[in-house]
Design a protein around this ligand. Structure first.
Ligand SMILES: [Zn+2]
Length: 179
């Protein structure tokens, strides 16, 4: 908790016009809070900036557990844990409709699909974050839920086939004289 803040680097705190009027709102999602479009957002549009103080990657190594750290290059990381950083509420999806674009140590979330009003805005957090924070609890994105649903359906179908085979076998055995 005794973490140095980089006051001398105040100008590094990213802010932009992007975070003015939003075509989205914070709302309830499957996993807590999420960001939902309030108007259609065209593919290619920058939606929001992921903001926060810049820390060196070395400084971040000393922070015990902060899932809002966002590495922007081999030297710098944005600490997006402040609630003022609305973009921190964007949830992970393995098949997101947005993607973070990094340029000049700034992270801007861009729509990579046409997003309809009411849609949750999501992006792929990347493998490291996924393995550390999401995989242990099971990913709740649409793609993974659909995959698990199919897997369960396959298991059910296989069990049903097994049961049928057994029933036929029992029926044959019962029909065999002296059996
Ligand atoms: Zn997923």
């Amino acid at each position: 908790m005794a973490r140095k803040s980089r006051k001398t680097e105040g100008s590094r705190k990213a802010n932009s016009k992007l975070n003015g009027a939003h075509p989205f709102r914070v709302g309830r999602s499957r996993t807590g809070l999420g960001i939902f479009a309030t108007a259609p957002i065209k593919k290619g549009t920058y939606i929001v900036e992921y903001t926060g103080p810049l820390l060196t990657n070395k400084e971040c190594d000393e922070i015990p557990d902060n899932r809002y750290l966002f590495e922007v290059n081999n030297r710098w990381t944005v600490d997006g844990s402040s609630r003022k950083n609305v973009a921190r509420y964007i949830n992970h999806s393995c098949r997101g409709n947005a993607d973070p674009m990094i340029r000049d140590r700034r992270i801007r979330i861009k729509a990579i699909k046409n997003i309809e009003a009411g849609d949750e805005i999501t992006y792929d957090y990347g493998k490291d974050h996924f393995n550390a924070y999401i995989k242990p609890h099971g990913c709740q994105c649409d793609k993974c839920r659909e995959k698990r649903r199919k897997e369960r359906a396959e298991v059910r179908a296989a069990n049903a086939r097994k049961r049928k085979r057994l029933e036929r076998k029992l029926a044959r055995a019962a029909g065999t004289p002296g059996g």
